[in-house]
Design a binder for this molecule. Sequence first.
Ligand code: 3PG
Ligand code: MG
Length: 396
Amino acid sequence: MTFKTLDDIAPASRTVLVRADLNVPVQDGQVTDATRLVRLVPTLKELASKGAKVVVLSHFGRPKNGPDEKNSLRQVVPALSDALGAPVAFAGDCIGKPAQDAIRALEKGQVLVLENLRFHAGEEKNDPAFAADLAKLGDIYVNDAFSAAHRAHASTEALARLLPAAAGRLMQAELVALSKALGQPQRPVAAVVGGAKISTKLDLLLNLVGKVDILALGGGMANTFLYAQGVDVGASLAEKDMADQARAILAKAEAGGCQILLPKDGAVAKQFKAHAPSRIAAPGDIAADEMILDAGPATVAYYGEKLATAKTVVWNGPMGAFEIEPFDAATNAVAKIVADLTKAGTVLSVAGGGDTVAALEHAGVADAFSYISTAGGAFLEWLEGKELPGVKALEE
Ligand code: 3PG
Ligand code: MG
């Protein structure tokens, strides 16, 4: 890996465009886990203290039809300002006059956040014209969004080729730490993969089963696999049109000697809300109007036993709907098992992803993991051995 860092640029009196990942979990307008913001602060502070105008670019959520309040980055600004310990300005668009005016008004050493890049279709299309509109705004490009580096989008890929480019301190730290921890992982390697982003992660699992020895599935991901095996999952979150792909992954795992672990039981409820009446049910015993909201105790015991045989554990995605009690139980329990194995020195553990880090914080065990990455999908793709477009663009 050879790329420039903040040591190689001269940011004084320059406008520096920092591609950050402000895609943090937000509930009712409040940031519920500020890890990504806190980890971004060293780069912002360093550039500000060197006299740059610091302009932060980021996506937030997955808006598909232009601007909407729910996906506005405005709601993240107060939490970023808290993390930074300084005021943070905001512009209501990431290109054009609103952005230009806000940058003109910015003093050296100040930080500005521009509105969600994904409000423009050109971002996800890696559109050169959109990248050029972004490039016009600044003199230097710094990419500190390791967690978005698996996306070849205008702000992570095309823009890096239009301005002098460098990696930020977080990008640098993530790449160094992951290479050290997982460059030559000790076997057996177990991956715990859960969460709700099923379709985008399925592709990744197909490669991952070729790299890891154990794959423990949870959340909507597990439901999709149960469904693919002919289990009636009722009203559970599952991507039923992905069943063929799930079966292909199961077949590849079986042929290659990777054990895929699926839940043996789950907490099922009729409503997706905190303290909804629930019961523990086995796969095959789920009514049409019930949803699996968490893994059950038999699953926790089974996963715990298997994870104890691993030397390396990587984790992305919660076991259930950990944001609503009591459906955080399995995520908390499995997190505690991995934390205890790490403390005992038998396992090296790396976890990543916005929701995952929030879940581990919630379980009170984040500090016990060997390394916490701010990245979810990007860290799994890195683990697959894929070249990340956002990193590659910095190297060129
Ligand atoms: C993430 O939260 O994993 C990153 O911010 C990337 O988001 P995306 O999966 O919507 O591209
Ligand atoms: Mg992700």
